[in-house]
Design a protein around this ligand. Structure first.
Ligand SMILES: [Zn+2]
Length: 384
């Protein structure tokens, strides 16, 4: 019976051991189950504005049972629509698992106008709002565009209009426009001067009139519509002289002889010249070949007549070279062939105007000369 008495504690010890092993196994299994569990996640934000750069952080993902891998993603927001990307997760054991996550790219931003919507023009200016207003949108290239309200371009006054802009996602903007039309300057007994102020041209350029002299982008404008005051007498401009000297030197190196046959002229000298032409040919014809006093570019100090003042100059070696190269020195052929309806003057292959290299290059237009009037959208017509 002693043997039986010893068996009880032995069995007890064995039972404890078995329970320990089972306990450990259960603990191990539960732990193993937990660390092997897949990552669970909730996407906080899945809608983004078009053309806005985003990162994985912008999705505001909440993860449990592991972590979200943070790098190596590329998100395309350049077009609207439904998109997807592969989300990489790592559970507590470090095992990687991938999921496809969808997101939306939308356009909720309305178009806008980036230039000044408060504009002043002379009456009878052709108003093409599609080119005058600079429409900008975060996504669309072709915004639908209508103008609400009425404007009578023949009558001076202030007009309140609105531009209605709608993009392809139907985002709509209503932008007020204030259009002021001024009467064209009127002649008053031969003493015609421009009123100071800012006027927008039909091509959207700003004419700034300062001390009765018109400028566009800093370039002095002198033609039949825009005269100089009678007392403007700066003389031949040093920029014109320097550009001419350089051009003359380069031409000489090619065996060409350029000379300035008429540069600066005073208001009074132009008055004398113009009246002579009127007496010789009558005013109508005189107006096509000679400027009225105040309207001559020669008074500006930026113009000069080269060599012989004859149409045949165009066919001389000098005339051909000047036509093709003067823009490199900042000169333009101010009165090109067949542009009388724009400049108000007949073809003058000898008359150059200094405007600086940038504008001269644009007007040279690869050999197909544009006029100042066409380029800036201005007239050249005597108002009297
Ligand atoms: Zn001239």
């Amino acid at each position: 019976m002693i043997k039986e008495k010893k068996l009880v504690p032995l069995l007890s010890i064995l039972l404890v051991l078995v329970l320990c092993v089972i306990g450990y196994e259960v603990f191990y299994l539960i732990n193993d189950y937990q660390v092997n569990q897949d990552v669970e996640y909730v996407v906080g934000t899945d809608t983004f504005e078009v053309n806005t750069p985003i990162t994985i952080n912008d999705f505001k993902i909440q993860a449990t049972n592991g972590t979200i891998v943070n790098s190596g993603y590329h998100f395309d927001t350049s077009t609207i629509g439904e998109k997807s990307f592969t989300l990489e997760t790592k559970n507590k054991k470090g095992t990687s698992k991938k999921y496809v996550v969808t997101y939306k790219v939308v356009d909720t931003t309305a178009p806008t106008i980036t230039n000044d919507t408060n504009m002043t023009f002379y009456v009878d200016t052709e108003l093409d709002f599609y080119s005058l207003l600079h429409v900008s949108d975060n996504y669309d290239e072709n915004v639908r565009f209508t103008i609400n309200g009425n404007i009578d371009i023949t009558t001076a006054g202030t007009y309140n209009l609105a531009a209605i802009l709608v993009d392809s996602s139907n985002n709509k903007a209503t932008i007020p426009l204030t259009i002021t039309l001024l009467d064209k300057p009127q002649a008053n007994e031969g003493n015609y001067v421009l009123e100071d102020g800012v006027i927008t041209t039909s091509k959207g350029y700003q004419i700034e009139i300062v001390d009765h002299i018109a400028y566009i982008n800093g370039v002095m404008i002198v033609n039949k519509s825009y005269p100089l005051p009678s007392d403007y007498a700066y003389g031949f401009h040093e920029d014109t002289q320097a550009a001419f000297d350089l051009m003359k030197l380069d031409a000489a190196a090619l065996g060409l002889n350029l000379y300035n046959s008429s540069g600066y002229r005073t208001y009074n000298y132009q008055d004398y010249l113009y009246n002579n032409y009127c007496n010789l040919y009558g005013q109508t014809y005189a107006d096509t070949i000679s400027a009225r006093p105040g309207h001559s570019e020669h008074q500006s100090g930026y113009a000069l007549d080269l060599n012989t003042i004859k149409g045949s100059f165009a066919n001389t070696d000098e005339g051909i070279w000047v036509n093709d190269n003067c823009y490199k020195y900042g000169f333009i052929l101010r009165y090109p062939k067949d542009k009388t309806n724009e400049t108000g003057y007949a073809y003058e292959p000898w008359h150059l105007r200094y405007v600086g290299i940038e504008l001269a290059t644009a007007l040279y237009n690869d050999g197909d000369w544009l006029t100042v009037e066409d380029y800036f959208g201005i007239t050249s017509e005597y108002p009297y």
